[in-house]
Design a binder for this molecule. Structure first.
Ligand SMILES: NC(=O)c1ccc[n+]([C@@H]2O[C@H](COP(=O)([O-])OP(=O)(O)OC[C@H]3O[C@@H](n4cnc5c(N)ncnc54)[C@H](O)[C@@H]3O)[C@@H](O)[C@H]2O)c1
Length: 469
């Protein structure tokens, strides 16, 4: 937490408890449990915990009265929010009526209001044993009474578990909203090609185009941007383009005046499901990709899927490879969803992994490398002639084969074909990447990634099966 406070303006639920508030029947417990599972955080449901210690809530209300119940609840919330390890906590519907609870939430939690329609909530709770849900009329009155407290206490509102994950890392879905955009940052760093295709409403004098794609991530471009910006410490940067543009814009933001606030607007599928989310920023050196960089979380990531209308096929394929990777890691056929839902689900999964291990210190973020070890080896072994997306598709194929799992998802969605590459150079690159340890991300089953060792002979055979004879 200290590190987050020092290096970044605290973004969303990073390093903080994630508290879910809202009326009874909103789904806080179900959503909270799923969010905790995906972010690998402990989960506390305050009502359940109170029942575990003190017996049924209806009994506490009957014997000790509501005021005593609220005192017990207040003490429990204080204890949970006082714990150092960030957790996910689902609060009872009335918990936020307490001034001290709201104060604690403000200080040590990112608080998400799970909004629900009264009728839907009533259908879920009627006939149960909740002491405050005896009649529809009383239920409706209470919902109205509580609403101002939820309004007052929340940092963000959400409707489902994916929403919770997205808002917890500042990711906003904003279809079409982009067209109106033009406020919220002092300098725009944008991929020059994207700038032409999707000109935003922006002052020309504070627009800084960078070369299209990967060639933006260069030291000379970085140096030019540092020189041009002229921002003050409270200035902010908007990065607009694919992963290349957001990587350099984020790195400029991380380093300029020791760090200024930034917002990412990804314009590629790869950017929207992966690259713009998670705070990794950086540039390439002659010796390799992403060799200089920093963790610097964007305060906001604006995802506008309508930007993808102009994306070339090759770039879309590369994005789909990341989508299939994400689906395999999540154990859901996300690639089958309609585009907007697919992007939202993948972005939410990435946000969850990042929240579970923001600075890649717990090993959990490593799972995102599924298929990428082989991909990097093929890219290096072909002298970078194999496009990244095709290499990732083949890498996923190898990872599934080594996992002993069916490969249909990759075959049908990505249609990978073996590529031309030098097997010895590819193997040498793979060994370098692994630093000789032979550790790979594989799957026990879809949704169950494992970081495990693979014998050299097996790894080499898997790699060679991806190379055209
Ligand atoms: N920071 C991270 O966590 C992370 C994760 C994954 C990848 N990356 C980085 O992302 C980079 C790759 O990014 P990418 O795949 O998004 O592509 P990219 O940014 O390199 O862009 C690829 C091409 O697509 C064009 N383009 C972008 N948006 C367009 C649009 N809407 N319409 C038409 N053309 C468009 C660009 O001009 C460029 O020519 C790599 O440098 C990689 O290292 C970073």
């Amino acid at each position: 937490v200290a590190r987050l406070r020092g290096a970044d303006p605290l973004v969303g639920a990073l390093g903080k408890h994630l508290a879910l508030i809202g009326f009874m029947g909103a789904g806080k417990s179900t959503i909270g449990r799923e969010v905790a599972r995906l972010t690998h955080r402990p989960f506390v449901d305050t009502d359940e915990e109170i029942e575990r210690v003190h017996g049924p809530i209806a009994g506490i209300f009957g014997e000790l009265g509501e005021a005593e119940f609220r005192r017990i609840e207040e003490r429990l919330v204080a204890e949970v929010l006082g714990a150092p390890e960030p957790s996910v906590v689902a609060l009872g519907g009335g918990a936020v009526v307490s001034d001290s609870t709201r104060d604690r939430l403000r200080r040590s939690a990112f608080t998400v209001w799970i909004e629900v329609d009264d009728d839907v909530a009533w259908e879920r709770v009627k006939g149960g044993d909740r002491p405050l849900a005896r009649s529809r009329e009383e239920f409706g009155r209470l919902a109205l009474e509580r609403e101002p407290y939820y309004h007052f206490a929340n940092d963000e509102a959400a409707a489902d578990f994916e929403d919770v994950l997205l808002v917890s890392l500042g990711v906003d879905f904003w279809p079409d909203g982009f067209r109106e955009w033009g406020i919220g940052g002092d300098a725009l760093i944008a991929d020059e090609r994207v700038l032409e295709l999707h000109p935003p409403a922006w002052r020309r004098e504070s627009t800084h185009p960078v070369p299209a794609g990967e060639s933006a991530k260069r030291l000379d471009v970085l140096e030019r941007l540092w020189g041009e910006l002229g921002l003050s410490r409270d200035g902010s940067i908007v990065g607009f383009g694919g992963g290349s543009a957001t990587d350099i814009a984020g790195f400029v933001a991380a380093t300029y005046l020791r760090g200024v606030r930034w917002v990412a607007i990804p314009s590629t599928l790869t950017g929207q499901v992966d690259a713009a989310i998670g705070g990794k920023t950086g540039i390439n050196l002659a010796g390799g990709k992403n060799l200089v960089g920093a963790f610097h979380f964007p305060a906001q990531v604006i995802v506008d899927p309508t930007l993808l209308g102009t994306l070339p096929d090759l770039e879309r394929r590369a994005g789909m490879a990341e989508v299939v990777k994400t689906g395999l890691l999540a154990g859901r056929e996300l690639w089958e969803l309609p585009e907007e839902e697919m992007i939202r689900a993948c972005a939410a999964f990435k946000a969850a992994v990042v929240l579970s291990d923001p600075y890649e210190t717990e090993g959990r973020r490593t799972i995102l490398n599924l298929g990428h070890t082989f991909a990097h080896a093929l890219e290096a072994g072909s002298g970078y002639a194999v496009p990244h997306g095709d290499a990732v598709a083949l890498g996923l194929l190898a990872a599934l084969r080594l996992s002993g799992l069916p490969v249909d998802a990759v075959e049908e969605t990505l249609r990978p074909e073996p590529v031309q590459a030098d097997p010895d150079a590819a193997w040498a690159a793979l060994r370098r990447d692994k630093k000789g340890e032979g550790v790979f991300v594989l799957l026990e089953a879809p949704g169950k990634p494992v970081v495990t060792t693979v014998r050299d002979q097996e790894a080499r055979r898997a790699l060679e099966s991806l190379i055209r004879k």
